[in-house]
Each structure stands twice: as structure tokens, then as C-alpha cells.
Design a binder for this molecule. Structure first.
Ligand code: GTB
Length: 216
């Protein structure tokens, strides 16, 4: 059955793989599943046809036959449950991997995303610098615990899982901040994940889509 995802017609990150279709593409590549991409303009994202897929008019979405999904955590979990390769075989290992997926979406990514709120939406406020410091300290606090938990392991639960995929994709948003490099094991963890062939294929695909959008 054909899998179709939606993504930005021209990603504002200019192909750096920061938009959230990246994690869905990556999960599909890990699972060895081909997919097609429906590219949407910002205007198309807010039209009824897309709002029926995604109630908040955002990308990405996932369509497979008569199943339409939104929210990347739910999409990646669906892919991981539907196809082998992203969740451990044993029930307890699966549950722990899923816990990390929730942790990425609920505990790790929100504090990282706050940095972008400060940078893009709070410019010109006389309290911006103070808040930036506060938000960065919160990020460092989360990273300290995550770093302690990962220790010298390759992956959070022994083998690579959808939990690592979601956590790494959230951590990638710190790549240009310098914060990740304060935690060498986390920087190495992200680099290890980005070296996976599936990640590279997903990254190349979203970059090619951005480059194509600039041509015509
Ligand atoms: N919780 C939802 C999920 O995980 O699916 C969040 C989806 C979401 O934030 N989608 C964003 C979107 O559609 C794109 S990924 N935004 C448009 C809107 O809300 O109207 C977030 C994103 C966008 C751009 C960059 N960038 O340029 O670096 C990075 C991340």
C-alpha cells in the first residue's frame, strides 16, 4: 500500500532537515518502506483539505490506504509497530523504547523548541537575553540527565530503536547552539545516529526536495 507523507514545499530551513517530516522519512527509511511526498505551500497547509488530515494545519502527515495520521510521535510509533526494525522484539524492551519516544516529544523537545521561541518570537523584548539564559539553562539541565543516562552506551536501550530516532531528531535542533558539544557523549550519540544509512537517505531526500523547489 502506498505511503504518502506531507512536507513543506520549500522548507524554511533550506534543506537542513530540521522540519519534522525528517523523522518520518527517517523512520520509513529504517523500516525499508518506500513513500511519496505531497509538498504543500503554507497556504495549502491551512486549507480544508489539509486540515482534514492535520487539525492544526501543520506538516507532516502520513497516509496509508484509508489511514490518515498526524503528530510525528504517533506516526513514528505506527511505522515502528507496522514494520520490523524500530522496536525490540520483547514486550518490556518495546515498552521502554516507546517511553523514550514520549520522553522525546514531551520532556526533551519542548525545552529545546523554547530556544526557537526566544530567538524568533521574542526579539526586541528587553527581557530576551535573561529569558534566553533561563531557557538555555533548562536545556542544559535536561541534557545533563540524558547524558548521565546514556553514559557510554551507543543507544538508550542497548539497540537502536524508534526511541533513539525521536530523541536524536529532537537533539539535532541543538546542533548549532554549542550546547550539545558540552555533553560529548550526546554529541557522539547524535553523530552516530546521523551516520546511519537510513538517516542519510532521509536527509538527502528532503534536501533534494528543497533544492528542486528552488529551481522552478
Ligand atoms: N507536534 C507536531 C508533530 O510532531 O507532528 C508539530 C508539527 C510541526 O511543528 N510542524 C511544523 C509546521 O507545520 C513544521 S516542523 N509549522 C507550520 C505551522 O504551524 O503553521 C517545525 C519546524 C519548522 C521549521 C523549522 N526550520 O525552519 O528550521 C524547524 C522546525
Amino acid at each position: 500500500m502506498t505511503i504518502t507523507i506531507t512536507a513543506f514545499a520549500a522548507s524554511p530551513d533550506r534543506g537542513r532537515g530540521m522540519a519534522r517530516d525528517m523523522r518520518v522519512r527517517w523512520a520509513l527509511e529504517e523500516a525499508g518502506q518506500p513513500y511519496t511526498v505531497q509538498a504543500l505551500s503554507f497556504a495549502e497547509m491551512k486549507e480544508p483539505e489539509h486540515l482534514a488530515r492535520q487539525p492544526f494545519g501543520q506538516i507532516p502527515t502520513y497516509q496509508e490506504g484509508d489511514l490518515t495520521l498526524f503528530e510525528t510521535g504517533a506516526i513514528v510509533l505506527h511505522i515502528a509497530e507496522r514494520f520490523p526494525g524500530l522496536l525490540p522484539e520483547d514486550a518490556k524492551g518495546r515498552a521502554r523504547a516507546i517511553a523514550w519516544m514520549f520522553s522525546a516529544a514531551g520532556t526533551i523537545e519542548p525545552v529545546i523548541a523554547d530556544r526557537e521561541v526566544v530567538a524568533y518570537l521574542e526579539t526586541g523584548k528587553d527581557w530576551q537575553a535573561e529569558r534566553r539564559q533561563m531557557v538555555d539553562d533548562r536545556v542544559r539541565g535536561r541534557m545533563r540527565f540524558l547524558s548521565g543516562r546514556l553514559g557510554d552506551g551507543d543507544w538508550l536501550e542497548g539497540e537502536f530503536t524508534a526511541g533513539d530516532l525521536m530523541v536524536v531528531d529532537a537533539l539535532r535542533r541543538l546542533s548549532h547552539s554549542g550546547i550539545l558539544n558540552e555533553f560529548p557523549n550526546l554529541a557522539a550519540y547524535v553523530a552516530r545516529a546521523e551516520a546511519r544509512p537510513a538517516f542519510k537517505r532521509a536527509f538527502a531526500a528532503q534536501l533534494a526536495a528543497f533544492e528542486a523547489s528552488q529551481i522552478g
